[in-house]
Design a protein around this ligand. Structure first.
Ligand code: CAA
Length: 382
């Protein structure tokens, strides 16, 4: 399996690297303090083609594939994890609409989403009592004469208060099990949609996390995405791809932290020599660098398989599980290497540790990834 990057993929990576260095990294610490949502940054990333990396050109995307997507997200997350998650979710939403929408829906929503005019997209699946068990949702869409009336509460919605468009899942056919759920394309400014709460989080402060209430939101028939009753599978397919994004985000955050630790360990002296010469420190850095390489390769393998239209759900779940669990350990090592300086805000590693923690939770917790992986093992052994 050769998934070494092509020139085009490297160009996308370098575009993201340059944007992250120039536009994101210098203001990331300030965003962490202020919690300001990166509207201007997202619009600018849209103009660079980074909000629709694997979306076809005829819909305004960069059509550069999923390996380029993973490489770009790693770079953006190294610059600012908060911006990277908004970019990841927007790419996921844009791709989902581009793949399953009617030509009219796709033409209406995808170009303005990927060029940044709509700022970003949101993924309205989770609810206060339906997170890991996404199929237990209670939001309903009742049929009306002209379309659908949407009522319910969505929880943990990344960018929910800024998204120009979101995909919202709701029960359309109560009693039909997973076949009761359908997906809808909902404008961010829909009448009856309110932001009930913004979460006060441990990290990724520049990313907003909203509770959204849909109080009889009227939608036309044309709002349904895909086939009625097939919405749950649509969410699962999107999450399979989204997990490549979060694995890539974790790689980027961990890479930034490790680079900082290696730099610091080369400069900081104790007992008459740079601390990198002490075996205890060197061994920690060696472990961290090995985990990081494995994580990046796993993310790229999953991206490559998706791009080649081969089964990739298992590889994506494994990449997310490994990259986020080890990314957390890498950031902890990076902080430890900095000693007391790691625990204060003068160096970026304490932010990295806070930012990376959520990657073990969103887009499917590590426990859910293990369910996905083990179910696939059972399936392939029978
Ligand atoms: N691809 C296609 N179809 C799939 C699928 C996949 N990967 N996984 C399941 N399905 C289909 C099944 O074939 C089945 O279809 P039929 O009924 O027609 O046979 C249907 O979906 C139901 O499947 P399961 O019985 O396996 O469903 P389940 O209830 O046991 O749940 C689960 C499976 C994997 C645990 C799932 O609930 C899950 O992924 N949960 C985690 C949810 C999650 O990741 N949430 C993240 C929220 S989004 C987010 O965090 C974004 C953000 O803001 C950063």
């Amino acid at each position: 399996m050769d998934f070494s990057p092509t020139e085009e993929q490297l160009l996308v990576r370098d575009t993201a690297h340059d944007a992250a260095e120039r536009m994101l990294a210098p203001s990331a610490a300030a965003r962490d303090v202020s919690g300001e949502f990166p509207v201007a940054e997202l619009r600018a990333l849209g103009k660079l083609g980074l909000l629709g990396i694997a979306v076809p050109e005829e819909l305004g995307g960069a059509n550069a594939g999923h390996v380029a997507y993973s490489l770009a997200l790693q770079e953006l997350a190294r610059g600012d994890a908060s911006v990277a998650v908004a970019v990841s979710v927007t790419n996921m939403v844009a791709e989902l609409i581009a793949t399953y929408a009617t030509p009219e829906q796709a033409k209406r929503w995808v170009p303005p989403l990927v060029n940044g005019d709509l700022v970003c997209g949101a993924f309205g699946l989770s609810e206060p009592e339906a997170g890991s068990d996404a199929g237990a949702m209670r939001t309903v869409a009742e049929k009306t004469q002209t379309g659908w009336r949407l009522s319910g509460t969505k929880q943990w919605i990344t960018s929910g208060d800024h998204a120009g468009v979101m995909i919202v899942w709701a029960v359309t056919d109560p009693g039909a099990g997973k076949a009761s759920i359908s997906a809808f394309i909902v404008p961010g400014n829909a009448k009856g949609l309110t932001v009930a709460r913004l979460e006060d989080k441990m990290g990724i402060h520049g990313s907003s996390t909203a509770q959204l209430v849909f109080d009889g939101v009227e939608l036309g028939d044309e709002a349904m995405l895909g086939v009625r009753g097939r919405g749950f599978a649509l969410a699962m397919v999107a999450l399979d791809g989204g997990r490549i994004g979060i694995a890539s985000q974790a790689v980027g955050i961990a890479r930034g932290a490790l680079e900082s630790a290696i730099r610091y360990a080369g400069e900081r002296k104790t007992f008459g020599q740079p601390i990198i010469k002490h075996q205890a420190i060197a061994a920690m850095l060696a472990d961290a660098a090995t985990w990081l390489d494995a994580s990046a390769l796993m993310a790229l393998r999953a991206a490559y398989l998706k791009q080649e239209q081969q089964p990739f759900a298992q590889a994506a779940a494994m990449a997310k599980l490994f990259a986020t669990e080890h990314g957390w350990k890498i950031c902890d090592i990076a902080l430890q290497v900095h000693g007391g300086y790691g625990y204060v805000r003068d160096f970026p590693v304490e932010r990295a540790l806070r930012d990376i923690r959520v990657t073990r939770i969103y887009e499917g917790t590590s426990e859910i990834q293990r369910i996905v992986i083990s179910r696939n093992l059972l399936r392939s052994s029978s």
